[in-house]
Design a protein around this ligand. Structure first.
Ligand code: HEC
Ligand code: HEC
Length: 332
């Protein structure tokens, strides 16, 4: 009996090999599969738009300014800086693997990536533009006209086409092949002992009740501050802003923990500078459990194994503006 328990626990921490498919199926986290883009030309156009600062009033801010794909798809700031150095109200989540979210934004107010992508262009505190002016810019540039025409078979360009293309690009921003995924798929050497023990703690203490699935989050809205309230100066109230229901106050979308090593600082207010601090807060507030230093370090070690292969592509070279292109207003 003791022997049997020992074997099972060795199995569960992956010290001895088990048939990989069976093991992965029993885990609360699944590996991320590589993106299979349906339309390469659409993805290419979306990539150009993602990097094009001319979709902002200043001509200076692109999606990539706040979702920097060289830095884990975020800006690594507590809250973002928008048009005219506007101080943003909330921390920018990563765009990596965001296609797996049940909805977009911390409060889930956009149902999908297409609906989300229209938001920042017209948000006065982000890109500070209007959809009409953004489309006017694109219409004034012959290469954009040609690309939109080929893809949408129309001489017109509208914001729906712009957001379709951006969403198609964002769907390719997945990060497979993390060390943890290799372990899930049966490569038992992919994790060391500390990382495995961290994963075990992560599972057994209940983190996976909220952080699960392929994205290790993104699948539900949960209250932040279950065992004790979260203290913050941020005015964000989470899901309540969308539903107006009292029960939804301080319910936030559970963030993905994929690439969490890269997406500091943490929480919707960006108040936790380090993973150690975020893990400590989660233990106490969400589970009523205080991890000692060693346990905390093990969980952090596990979380760092969730860093996957970052999207790689050629930097898009954007077509120049023309005499007809509306001029940027960086200070207006
Ligand atoms: C000025 C900084 C800024 C710019 C520019 C910006 N974003 Fe964001 N983005 C944010 C912030 C902040 C949030 C979180 C807002 C919230 O939840 O209320 C966000 C949220 C998102 C999300 C939701 C992710 C999730 O997990 O919920 C996606 C997707 C996204 N942005 C894509 C884009 C795209 C596409 C563009 C360009 C059209 C863009 N962003 C431009 C700051 C920015
Ligand atoms: C009851 C659900 C729940 C449980 C259990 C839970 N979390 Fe969370 N986690 C959340 C929510 C919700 C947030 C977002 C909070 C916010 O900023 O509004 C979050 C945020 C995080 C973040 C910050 C991610 C980021 O990008 O900002 C980390 C790291 C994290 N959790 C790790 C853990 C760990 C480790 C455990 C177990 C000790 C755990 N969580 C348990 C719901 C949960």
């Amino acid at each position: 009996m003791i022997m049997r328990t020992l074997i099972i626990s060795l199995l569960s921490i992956g010290v001895i090999a088990a048939p990989s498919a069976a093991l992965a199926a029993n885990e609360p986290i699944q590996p991320i599969e590589a993106a299979k883009p349906k339309n390469a030309d659409m993805v290419e156009l979306g990539k150009m738009l993602f990097f094009d600062p001319r979709l902002s009033k200043s001509g200076f801010i692109s999606c990539n300014s706040c979702h920097n794909l060289s830095m884990g798809g975020t800006d690594n700031l507590p809250t973002s800086i928008g048009h005219k150095w506007h101080e943003g109200p909330i921390s920018a989540p990563t765009v990596l693997n965001s296609s797996m979210n049940l909805a977009q934004f911390w409060d889930g107010r956009a149902k999908d990536l297409k609906e989300q992508a229209g938001g920042p262009i017209a948000n006065p505190g982000e890109m500070g533009f209007t959809h009409e002016l953004a489309v006017d810019v694109l219409r004034s540039i012959p290469e954009y006209r040609t690309r939109f025409k080929q893809l949408f078979r129309s001489d017109k360009i509208d914001i729906g086409m712009v957001t379709d293309a951006i969403a198609a690009f964002e769907e390719t921003l997945v990060t497979p092949d993390s060390r943890f995924d290799k372990w899930l798929k049966g490569d038992k050497k992919a994790l060391n002992q500390t990382e495995l023990e961290g994963y075990k703690l992560f599972k057994e203490s209940g983190c996976t009740s909220c952080h699960n699935g392929a994205a290790v989050g993104g699948g539900s809205f949960q209250k932040f501050g279950i065992h004790e309230p979260y203290k913050t100066t941020s005015k964000a109230e989470g899901r309540f802003a969308v539903t107006g229901k009292d029960a939804d106050r301080f319910m936030f979308k559970v963030p993905t923990l994929r690439n969490v090593e890269l997406t500091y600082p943490y929480f919707h207010d960006g108040a936790a500078a380090t993973l150690e601090e975020a893990v400590d807060t989660m233990g106490r507030l969400q589970l009523g459990r205080t991890f000692n230093k060693e346990e905390n370090a093990k969980i952090v070690a596990f979380l760092k194994t969730l860093t996957g292969k970052q999207p790689e592509f050629k930097l898009p070279i954007l077509p120049p503006s023309t005499n007809e292109t509306p001029r940027p207003k960086p200070f207006g």
